[in-house]
Design a protein around this ligand. Structure first.
Ligand code: PMP
Length: 422
């Protein structure tokens, strides 16, 4: 039933039905959580061999004794495995600690305090970053932490609205960066088209030290057999005469163990030398034993891809379940739209404008925790109060089904309340 087309006198009946359904939902005393995009224990189990690797007497890789200090660039054997999938040549790819978010944080700190290779320190300047929305809340809070202004720009299915991006960066020299999750974006699953990547890599920018913060967190995280590829940002930027523009980030957090994976940084030789030099004051080298464990476990790029097939087998059915239930109960109602991602960790649900907060509140009171409404926008402020991020990976499939069913009831109730003027 298309709820948005109902006349005022037709709304009380569905409103009463939905209130009853909601009371029944509450009576189930659920305790479910669809908030953070964490791997489920079943996914972590796929990599448990790591816990016994590299083995008591195995600590050498090539000429490196991984137990010792040194090797700021990380173990070459591991960089080799990830180089192809991340589209970064081995000499320009660093294997670092356990969190790419930490590397993004460091990169911003170094740019603020020391300046990028081609610019003055950003600190003291009133700088801004473009933020395609909806986006990743931790990117936005990282900006807030350092007083960097977040400028929202619309994100479409093929990437940020490039007309808006090009106009803003061309006219405003205080815009120093843009957050990009180019493949299977958090939360919409957007995949940047070749044209988008090319335009980002080549567009004229008023700031000569403008950076693409290229967070390729889901580079290998396909949900279908269609292993989507994106254009190579480093190659395109270099060809366009902007070799230092991309900072590429990735990690194995959602490949092996989220808390003890390996983060990667890629960039031009100059950017890589810049990061390494700045890091050298704070560390004598990354955890190469962890790098070696990952080499022993994944073996080669093929091993890595085969491992991701196993991940997909665990999580794809959960996504299918959510999409099936959304379609079944919200399809044709006119009060919700959602993304159908081909990869990544999230489904982005747009509910009737002005009801997202209400939906999250109703769900909470029914024992279903959702990411706060607005979290996908800078400062938690979704101007249309309609976007909700669903993260189906962590709960088991029965819980995913129960939670989605409950969320749908809340979406419908909030919509009919709103349409009724209640
Ligand atoms: N970037 C994006 C887009 C993410 O969704 C996440 C995890 N939710 C991260 C980075 C965090 O990565 P890491 O575990 O490597 O710090």
């Amino acid at each position: 039933m298309e709820l948005t087309k109902l006349d005022a006198d037709e709304l009380p009946a569905p409103l009463a039905d939905l209130r009853k359904a909601y009371d029944e939902l509450k009576a189930q005393n659920l305790s479910l959580d669809l908030t953070r995009g964490k791997p489920a224990a079943e996914q972590l189990d796929l990599s448990n061999e790591l816990l016994c690797l590299p083995g008591k007497d195995v600590f050498k890789a090539g000429g490196t004794d991984t137990r010792n200090y040194g090797g700021l660039a990380g173990l070459p054997e591991l960089r080799e495995i990830f180089s192809g999938p991340l589209g970064v040549p081995v000499p320009q790819l660093l294997a670092l600690g356990n969190s790419s978010l930490a590397v993004m944080h460091e990169t911003i700190v170094f740019a603020l305090l020391k300046g990028p290779v081609d610019g003055e320190p950003w600190v003291g300047q009133q700088i801004k970053f473009l933020c395609p929305v909806p986006g990743y809340d931790r990117h936005f809070s990282l900006l807030k932490q350092f007083g960097i202004e977040a400028v929202p720009v619309p994100l479409h299915e093929d990437g940020p609205d490039m007309d808006v991006v090009e106009r803003l960066v061309a006219e405003d020299a205080s815009i120093k960066g843009i957050w990009c999750v180019p493949k299977y974006a958090n939360p919409t699953g957007a995949v940047y088209s070749e044209d988008t990547v090319r335009r980002l890599a080549s567009m004229p920018t008023a700031a000569k030290d403008f950076r693409l913060f290229w967070d390729n967190a889901y580079a290998l995280h396909h949900l279908t057999e269609d292993a989507v590829e994106i254009a190579n940002v480093l190659e395109l930027a270099t060809a366009a005469g902007n070799p230092n523009r991309p900072f590429v980030f990735a990690s194995s957090s959602k490949i092996t163990h989220a808390g003890s994976g390996v983060a990667f940084f890629g960039g031009s030789p100059e950017n890589v030398a810049w990061l390494t030099k700045n890091q050298s004051f704070g560390t004598i080298g990354p955890d190469k034993v962890n790098h070696l464990r990952h080499v022993a476990f994944l073996k080669d790029t093929e091993g890595l891809l085969a491992h991701m097939d196993k991940q997909r087998a665990v999580i794809a059915p959960k996504f299918e379940m959510v999409l099936y239930m959304l379609e079944k109960r919200l399809g044709g109602t006119g009060v919700a739209q959602w993304s159908k991602p081909k990869g990544g960790y999230f489904i982005s649900l747009d509910v009737l404008e002005g009801t997202a907060k209400r939906v999250v509140q109703l769900a909470k009171e029914a024992g279903i925790v959702l990411t706060p409404a607005g979290a996908t926008f800078p400062h938690g402020d979704d101007p249309r109060d309609r976007n909700i991020r669903l993260a189906p990976t962590f709960p088991d499939i029965r819980e995913v089904a129960l939670a989605t069913e409950g969320v749908v009831t809340c979406v419908l109730l909030a919509a009919v309340e709103k349409l009724s003027g209640n």
